[in-house]
Design a protein around this ligand. Structure first.
Ligand code: AP5
Length: 218
């Protein structure tokens, strides 16, 4: 068991780069809060809230939901007690206004410690996304080829039903990749200039990527 890491970390990467898979595992191992804006939005959709209904139209089309909606959501989340000192932001920020809003909220003892960029060739991402399956009960992430469950369609961890995300269709994936290139990739230069950016080769086995993340986040 690793000691708790005092990391306040952003996981940055294209759709399917493995941010969610690794964030869940690192957060459990190193006792960090895992703050996934995608998961939070999917919970809102599931609950039938007005925010969820608004977000769903953007998500299903592979577009980003409006900045202010996400910024307000993350601000509220980061103030909760479990996120007092150490966390992983998975999927946020994704635009320059989001990154600037995060900077304004964090300073001194609370400042970002790492931004980790997950590098995976674009040709690999489509296969990862179309084959992804997610447990509807516990949220575990599987893959039909790379990480299959013992019984097709059933989660090995909790027996829950596996589902395919509504934005993991080829048309929506194409749009999400384009949105990443145009709106999120510029954050690499933004964080590079601040000296907090580290890149990892995330086109290796999940175990190798996990070990390197733990080392990088020390
Ligand atoms: P979100 O849920 O954040 O989706 P994403 O960024 O597109 O990322 P993914 O969850 O698709 O990929 P991942 O990198 O987590 O990969 P995973 O680990 O699952 O956002 C969804 C939508 O919400 C957005 O499109 C937008 O509409 C909205 N949204 C969210 N945040 C927002 C924000 N800040 N601003 C505005 N809108 C926002 O892995 C993928 C698959 O690959 C899995 O099957 C896994 O098993 C497999 N895999 C993982 N690692 C490996 C490996 N090393 N080798 C082989 N297979 C692997």
């Amino acid at each position: 068991m690793t000691d708790q890491l005092q990391a306040r970390c952003v996981f940055l990467g294209a759709p399917g780069a493995g941010k969610g898979t690794q964030a869940k595992r690192v957060a459990a191992q190193a006792e960090l809060a895992h703050i996934s804006t995608g998961d939070m939005l999917r919970e809102e959709v599931k609950s039938g809230s007005a925010l969820g209904a608004e977000a769903k139209t953007y998500m299903d089309a592979g577009k980003l939901v409006p900045d202010q909606l996400i910024i307000d959501m993350v601000k509220a989340r980061i103030q909760k007690p479990d996120a007092a000192s150490a966390w992983i932001l998975d999927g946020f920020p994704r635009t320059l206004p989001q990154a600037e809003a995060l900077d304004q909220n964090l300073s001194g003892d609370n400042a970002l410690t790492h931004v980790i960029s997950f590098a995976v060739p674009e040709a690999v991402l489509m296969g990862r996304l179309t084959g992804r399956r997610t447990c509807s009960q516990c949220g575990a992430i599987w893959h039909v080829d790379h990480k299959p469950t013992q019984q097709q369609g059933v989660c090995d961890h909790c027996g829950g039903e596996l589902t395919q995300r509504s934005d993991d269709r080829e048309e929506a994936i194409g749009e999400r990749l384009e949105v990443y290139r145009t709106q999120t990739a510029p954050l690499l230069a933004y964080y590079g200039d601040r000296g907090v950016l580290r890149e990892i080769d995330a086109n290796r086995s999940p175990d190798v990527v996990f070990q390197e993340l733990l080392t990088q986040m020390q």
